[in-house]
Design a protein around this ligand. Structure first.
Ligand code: ZN
Length: 133
């Protein structure tokens, strides 16, 4: 893994949260993107070299809706950049982590992604993220 690629924050109302984070950072989000397959709408901010992703559920059975129901709004995942997501998935499986997406899927912001189950990572949902070609 190379570095933290972004932090994901689950929000109830992405329009309201866009305004909150725009005030916080002193600049607007640079992108809004819906990932229909995941049932989420995402919004991205840069703060210096760091990226923040806001996630709002677009349907009741979306993982984000379930997360907010259980835990409320807040930090949802940490994403790490990797060069070769397939190799990382194999390596991490070998290390005993539970990989939720053995076949990486298309994520927002031009990435292919896979998640690690939080039960094997001290309660933290971890996303692996490789630039899509
Ligand atoms: Zn993410």
């Amino acid at each position: 893994m190379k570095k933290i690629e972004h932090l994901g924050i689950a929000v109830k109302d992405i329009e309201k949260s866009n305004a909150v984070f725009a005030s916080l950072f002193g600049k607007e989000h640079y992108k809004i993107e819906e990932v229909a397959s995941e049932g989420v709408k995402t919004s991205f901010f840069m703060c210096g070299p760091n990226k923040i992703e806001l996630l709002e559920a677009t349907k009741p059975d979306s993982p984000i809706a379930k997360f907010i129901e259980k835990k409320g709004e807040g930090i949802h995942h940490i994403a790490f950049a990797v060069d070769d997501i397939h190799a990382e998935i194999e390596r991490l499986k070998g290390e005993g982590f539970t990989v939720l997406n053995e076949i990486p899927k298309k994520g927002a912001d031009n990435k292919i992604i896979a998640f690690l189950h939080p039960k094997t990572t001290n309660g933290v949902l971890i996303e692996l993220c490789q630039d899509a070609e």
